[in-house]
Design a protein around this ligand. Structure first.
Ligand code: ZN
Ligand code: ZN
Length: 249
C-alpha cells in the first residue's frame, strides 16, 4: 500500500465518519440535504428567485406575463440611468430573503454564504461578462472590527473562484459613516457620497470589475463605487447581489 493510497483511504474514512456523525443539513431549517450548505426543497421554493422576464441591464424583474421583446429594459435603464454596466440579483428582498440576509450580516450565520453565493452564480449564468477582478463592496474598518467579517467578502470569494479571477480586497477603502438605515434614496445617495477611496489605482486601471454585495436597495452604494472606479480608469463595472428591493415602476 503506497502512501498516497493510505492517505486517500484515511480521508475517505474521515469524511464518511464526519458525514455519519454530522449529516449535511439545510442551513435554514436543519432538514437533511445531500450536499452540505444547500437549501432543502421547501426552503429553496420559499424564496422569490428572479427569472425572466427581467431588465436586461439591471435585472429588475417584470411581471411573468409581460412581453417586452428581445431587449427588455426597465424605464430607468432605458433612460440611461443604470447604476452599473450590468446588475443581477438572485432573489427579491422580502420577508423570506430577509430571514437569511439579516442573520448572515449581523449574527454571524456565515454558513449561509454557500447557498447564497451559489444562487448568485446561478443568476449570472446567462450574462455575457468576463470580469478581470471580483471585488466585494468594501466595509469601513471600524465596522469590520465590530462585526468581525465583511459579509460581501464571504460571497465574493467563491464567486471569484468560480470565475477564476482575482479577489480584490485592498484597492478601495471605505470611510466610516453612520448607518443608512431607513433613509430615502436621496438621503442614501448623499450619505454615501465620498466614502470610497481608491488606494491602489494601478491594480484596477483598464480592468473590468464585478462588484459583490448581499443586498441592493436604492443602488446608491453601487453608483458611488462605480463613480470612483471609473475615475480611477476602470473600464467596466458590473454588480451581483444576493437580493434586491423591487419597487413598482
Ligand atoms: Zn430548509
Ligand atoms: Zn433596468
Amino acid at each position: 500500500m503506497n502512501l498516497k493510497y493510505a492517505r486517500n483511504c484515511f480521508f475517505n474514512i474521515a469524511r464518511f465518519s464526519i458525514n455519519f456523525l454530522f449529516p449535511s443539513s439545510c442551513p435554514l431549517c436543519g432538514e437533511h440535504v445531500s450536499t452540505d450548505g444547500e437549501l432543502c426543497a421547501d426552503c429553496w421554493s420559499a424564496f422569490n428567485w428572479i427569472s425572466n422576464p427581467k431588465c436586461e441591464k439591471c435585472g429588475y424583474p417584470f411581471p411573468a406575463n409581460i412581453d417586452l421583446g428581445n431587449r427588455p429594459l426597465c424605464p430607468n435603464c432605458a433612460a440611461g440611468f443604470c447604476e452599473l454596466d450590468l446588475i443581477r440579483s438572485a432573489c427579491v428582498y422580502d420577508d423570506v430573503s430577509k430571514t437569511a440576509v439579516l442573520p448572515f450580516k449581523h449574527s454571524g450565520r456565515l454558513k449561509y454564504a454557500t447557498f447564497m453565493a451559489r444562487a448568485m452564480l446561478w443568476a449570472l449564468r446567462d450574462v455575457n461578462i468576463k470580469p478581470d477582478i471580483v471585488m466585494p463592496v468594501p466595509l469601513a474598518y471600524r465596522r469590520l472590527v465590530h462585526r468581525g467579517y465583511n459579509q460581501a467578502e464571504l460571497l465574493a470569494a467563491p464567486i471569484a473562484k468560480a470565475f477564476g479571477v482575482k479577489l480584490d480586497l485592498s484597492s478601495v477603502i471605505r470611510k466610516y459613516r453612520h448607518d443608512m438605515g431607513h433613509k430615502n434614496a436621496a438621503q442614501r445617495a448623499e450619505n454615501i457620497r465620498g466614502v470610497f477611496n481608491v488606494v491602489r489605482p494601478n491594480e484596477i486601471r483598464g480592468k473590468k470589475i464585478l462588484l459583490v454585495d448581499d443586498v441592493m436597495t436604492t443602488g446608491a452604494t453601487f453608483s458611488e463605487l462605480r463613480r470612483v472606479l471609473v475615475r480611477a480608469g476602470v473600464k467596466e463595472v458590473y454588480g451581483i447581489t444576493f437580493c434586491r428591493t423591487v419597487r413598482a415602476i
